[in-house]
Design a protein around this ligand. Structure first.
Ligand SMILES: NC(=O)c1ccc[n+]([C@@H]2O[C@H](COP(=O)([O-])OP(=O)(O)OC[C@H]3O[C@@H](n4cnc5c(N)ncnc54)[C@H](O)[C@@H]3O)[C@@H](O)[C@H]2O)c1
Length: 259
């Protein structure tokens, strides 16, 4: 996956690469965990708020090269995210890549029908979770003078979805957060980028009727994706191949946002 060992940042030191993945349970998290676990040079720390989802991810990578460390943590709580980063640094000595992948889709509804709690939960997990990931990661990355932070956003942060305001607004916030953080930390050797997936079926869609899924699929010229279709973008951003890429929102969406 990485073309130069341990070279996640522009000046990454040669050696092993340490990757922390927040929101490692679920569909995309488990696909990313499986992919990074097959990298012989990579030490992996996996975290999720759900113990069961985390355990399922670990079970899915049992045949991989790396034995991951795991920690249950809620991304909306800075102290818990800092504990995950501390685990990575204490166990493996450094932090090269942090992926902020936890996310929630609020209740469907027009703005006047949504509750304040829908907005608060979306902001706490989607935006504050990404803020906390950056806050916790930049300590060790600044000391090293290198690092790559990857935030999972969505094409929902670039296009307007009716009945999904909290998701669209918070994912737009994640995209802009990546840009601001990229500017703030470039001189520390830290790159910050967002990945904007189109739709792949996951735990987020369990309550959608087939008719709605068909309608979403029809808006993707290449059809619905799968979590594995996203792995290449994360691999790129976690490797030295992306050493001159920061503040970018990389769209991987089967053509959804093209029209
Ligand atoms: N599925 C899609 O079509 C799609 C499209 C664009 C972006 N995304 C984004 O991809 C990411 C992964 O979503 P997915 O589709 O795999 O969904 P998923 O529901 O399968 O996985 C989401 C994971 O986030 C975890 N999580 C939720 N709240 C958390 C918290 N407070 N702290 C830590 N972990 C928490 C959940 O336990 C779950 O394991 C999300 O950020 C989502 O917004 C998904």
């Amino acid at each position: 996956m990485s073309d130069q060992h341990g070279a996640a940042g522009r000046h990454g030191a040669p050696g092993r690469r340490v990757v922390v993945l927040l929101g490692a349970g679920g569909t995309l998290g488990s696909a990313l965990a499986r992919a990074f676990a097959t990298e012989a040079d990579t030490d992996l720390v996996l975290s999720d708020v759900s113990d069961a989802a985390l355990a399922a991810t670990v079970e899915g990578i049992a045949g991989g090269h790396a034995k991951p460390e795991t920690a249950v943590a809620d991304v909306s709580d800075l102290a818990q995210v800092e504990a995950v980063v501390r685990l990575a640094v204490e166990r493996f000595g450094r932090l090269d890549v942090l992926i902020s992948n936890a996310g929630v889709l609020a209740q469907n509804g027009r703005i006047h029908n949504l509750a304040t709690a829908d907005w608060e939960r979306s902001f706490r997990v989607n935006v504050l979770g990404a803020v906390n990931a950056i806050h916790a990661a930049v300590g060790p990355m600044r000391r090293q003078g290198s690092g790559s932070i990857i935030l999972t956003a969505s094409v929902a942060g670039m296009t307007a979805w009716s009945h999904s305001a909290p998701y669209c607004v918070t994912k737009a916030g994640v995209i802009h957060l990546a840009k601001v953080a990229a500017v703030e930390y470039a001189r520390d050797g830290i790159r910050v980028n967002a990945v904007c997936p189109g739709t792949f079926l996951s735990g987020m869609h369990t309550e959608l009727p087939q008719k709605a899924i068909d309608a979403i699929s029809a808006k993707h010229p290449l059809g619905l994706g799968a979590a594995d279709d996203l792995v290449g973008a994360y691999s790129y951003l976690a490797s030295d191949a992306s050493r001159w890429t920061t503040g970018a929102a990389i769209v991987v969406d089967g053509g959804y946002a093209a029209p």
